[in-house]
Each structure stands twice: as structure tokens, then as C-alpha cells.
Ligand binder design. Structure first.
Ligand code: NDP
Length: 349
């Protein structure tokens, strides 16, 4: 049982996913130790500070970098529970090893070595991803029942192909390896599908913002690629993290995914609520996507292995054991789109 009067560490606290998790912890009256790269950057911390001002809990910042060994130890001191959310989620990279895999894998090792040194730590919750379960849409076809489950691991990604997914699989494997090497703390991983919905900071840089902004800009006016994915609301994901941390019986991996969906469905949901925007849910032919691939930041191999495949994840473990009650995706997407309009990130029409 985690003692809620003790502080809780959140790594990457200024991130999109972490923002809603910190909010949840503050609502519960918990003292949050926020490990961030730039605690002096008020532009980044102000959204968390505003929450701490109005909610019962409190927040204290600690400077830490995934690649700076031992830098999480100070913030971890006295914590029984650690949420490790920090990991780069971007397509904007030069060197996949340096920009993605090192911070993900060495960073996880760094945080967990900190847990090994910190006597108070009882549980670590690592934010992994469905990307640690599958690499390409085509992989799902060969899964039992053609669905993602917690038993499956991504074996198709590499440094050269889907390096972000590779970074997540490598980091999660490292975590499961390290938990076996000691017996004081236990490990729970949360494996979300694509995260959407209003964050505490409407100017987030997570890839989650990119696709919705592209829809607002008109990039989907000719149609939507048949790119199927699962989606989860960022606020539901915060709840899943909280339960994974606090429930003594939580164990293993948890797929956290509200609905099986796709770009076409997301486009349709936005168009229905915001008819003035040039968005079409009409299916773009795969050959057209193949031709356009380099200009939309995809490789032809990614198009070949990801467009036109069904996507299904089994989220029953999260419902049964974490008590998840997922909100409708339509609410998530339209509220997110609305937030980005209000913030000026999407032009008002
Ligand atoms: P963000 O980019 O918003 O958050 C990533 C966080 O990691 C930021 O706080 C960032 O710090 C921090 N970070 C990156 N590099 C370093 C570093 N070298 N040292 C310290 N901190 C670092 O993305 P998300 O919130 O979307 O992602 C959070 C987690 O959720 C990640 O583990 C991601 O893989 C996972 N995830 C996300 C999904 C999604 O759809 N968004 C889906 C599945 C999993 P800073 O604020 O300083 O940039």
C-alpha cells in the first residue's frame, strides 16, 4: 500500500501526458516531486504552478535529465511511488540512437538505478506504449485473434524502421529486466495507444498535437489515409497511471486504449462538429500515400506496412483491474480541437 502522505515523483512533469497526471495527484492532495529538465523555465512550469495554486496538493521541482546519471535521486528521496513518463516522443530526429533510443533506454535505466539506491521506493510505474507491443499495422494480422494483448512484444521495429517504437520496446524491456534484479520495488507499465484530448498546456510539443493541428490546417482536405490506430484520452490515461500506482494488486503491463479507430474516423468526428474546416474523412488510396510518402514525412516502407490494416487492442485488463471507464473518443477529439482553436494553434473559422 502506497502512503499518500509521502511525496510522489513524476519524471518529465512538463510533458503532455504527465501534466494531467500531476493534476490528478494534486487533486488527491499529494505532494508532487516534479523532475524536469528546466525548472527555471517559467513558460513551461506555469501550467503546473497554476494547478498547484488551486488544488490541495503541492509541487516541488527537481532538475533532472535522462542522460545525466543520478540526476533523479534527489527528487526520489522519500518517495514510495515513482511515475516515469519522460521519454522523447517526436518524429523530428537526426540520429535515432542519440535522439530516441538513448534517452528512452539509458534514461529508464538511470531512473531505475535511482530507485535501487532510494530505500523509500516501493513501486515504479513506467509509461511505455502500445508501440512496445506492435511495430507496424501489419503485425496485428499475425497476432492471436488479430488483437494487441499484454503478452505480445514488438519485434519488428529497429533503429532504421519505426525507431520511436523501437525506443519504447527497448526501454520497457530494460525496465522488466531491472525489476528482476532486486526485490524492494515492483514495476507496473502503462501501455497507452495514441493519446489525444486537451492537455493542461495547449502549446504542447508531443506528437499527439501534430496530427490534430494538421487536420486544422487543411492537410486532410483531399481525404484521410487509412491509418488505423487506437486512441485514449489524456485524462483517462492520468487515471490509469494513478490506479496503476496506488492499487496494491496492480501487476504487469496494462494496455490503456479507449477505442479502436483511425485517421478517417478522427477526421469525420471533427468535421461533424466543425463543418467549416477543410477536412475529409474520405479514404485516400494507398498508392497515392505511397507516392506522397516522402513529402508527408513517412518512408514508403512505413506506408506499405501501416496503411489499410485493421487495428484492435484488448483493453479488458485495464477495465477489470484498474477500473477504467473510457470516455467517448468523439468528446476527446472535439474538445482537443476546440482547445487548440481557443489557443490560436488552429485558425478560427
Ligand atoms: P511530451 O513530449 O509532451 O513529453 C515527453 C517528456 O519527456 C517531456 O516532459 C520532456 O521534457 C521529457 N524528456 C524528453 N527528453 C528528456 C531528457 N533527455 N531528459 C529529461 N526529460 C526528457 O510527450 P508525451 O507526453 O506524449 O509523452 C510522455 C510519455 O508517454 C512518453 O514516454 C511517451 O513515449 C509516452 N506515450 C505517449 C503517447 C502519445 O500518444 N502522446 C502514446 C504512448 C506513449 P521537456 O518538457 O523538457 O521537453
Amino acid at each position: 500500500m502506497i502512503d499518500e502522505t509521502k511525496p510522489v515523483l513524476v519524471t518529465g512533469a512538463t510533458g503532455y501526458v504527465a501534466g494531467r497526471l500531476v493534476e490528478k495527484l494534486l487533486k488527491e492532495g499529494i505532494t508532487v516531486h516534479a523532475a524536469v529538465r528546466t525548472p527555471d523555465n517559467k513558460e513551461k512550469t506555469k501550467y503546473l504552478d497554476e494547478l498547484a495554486e488551486k488544488l490541495p496538493g503541492s509541487i516541488k521541482y527537481f532538475k533532472a535529465d535522462l542522460l545525466d546519471e543520478g540526476s533523479f535521486d534527489e527528487g526520489m528521496n522519500g518517495c514510495e511511488l515513482v511515475f516515469h513518463t519522460a521519454s522523447p516522443f517526436t518524429r523530428d530526429i537526426d540520429d535515432p540512437q542519440k535522439d530516441l533510443v538513448d534517452p528512452a533506454k539509458k534514461g529508464t535505466r538511470n531512473v531505475l538505478e535511482g530507485a535501487n539506491r532510494t530505500e523509500s521506493v516501493k513501486r515504479v510505474v513506467v509509461t511505455s506504449s502500445c508501440a512496445a507491443i506492435y511495430g507496424d499495422g501489419k503485425d496485428v494480422l499475425s497476432m492471436p485473434n488479430q488483437e494487441l494483448t499484454e503478452e505480445i512484444w514488438n519485434t519488428s521495429s529497429s533503429l532504421d524502421h519505426q525507431p520511436y517504437s523501437f525506443s519504447k520496446a527497448e526501454a520497457e524491456r530494460e525496465a522488466w529486466k531491472m525489476v528482476e534484479e532486486q526485490n524492494r520495488w515492483d514495476l507496473v507499465t502503462v501501455n497507452p495507444s495514441f493519446v489525444l484530448g486537451p492537455g493542461i498546456n495547449p502549446y504542447g510539443t508531443s506528437e499527439s498535437f501534430a496530427i490534430i493541428k494538421q487536420m486544422g490546417k487543411g492537410d486532410f482536405k483531399m481525404g484521410s489515409p487509412e491509418f488505423n490506430i487506437g486512441c485514449v484520452d489524456v485524462r483517462d490515461l492520468a487515471e490509469a497511471h494513478f490506479q496503476a500506482g496506488m492499487k496494491p494488486e496492480a501487476k504487469g503491463r496494462y494496455i490503456v486504449s479507449g477505442e479502436n479507430s483511425g485517421f478517417g474516423q478522427l477526421a469525420g468526428m471533427i468535421k461533424e462538429q466543425y463543418p467549416n474546416y477543410p477536412i475529409s474523412s474520405r479514404k485516400l488510396p494507398k498508392f497515392l500515400m505511397w507516392l506522397m510518402a516522402p513529402s508527408v514525412g513517412m518512408t514508403r516502407k512505413e506506408v506499405k506496412l501501416n496503411i489499410g490494416y485493421p487495428w484492435k487492442a484488448n483493453n479488458s485488463k485495464s477495465i477489470k483491474e484498474l477500473g477504467m471507464n473510457y470516455r467517448p473518443l468523439k468528446d476527446t477529439v472535439t474538445e482537443f480541437f476546440g482547445q487548440l482553436i481557443d489557443a490560436g494553434e488552429i485558425e478560427k473559422k
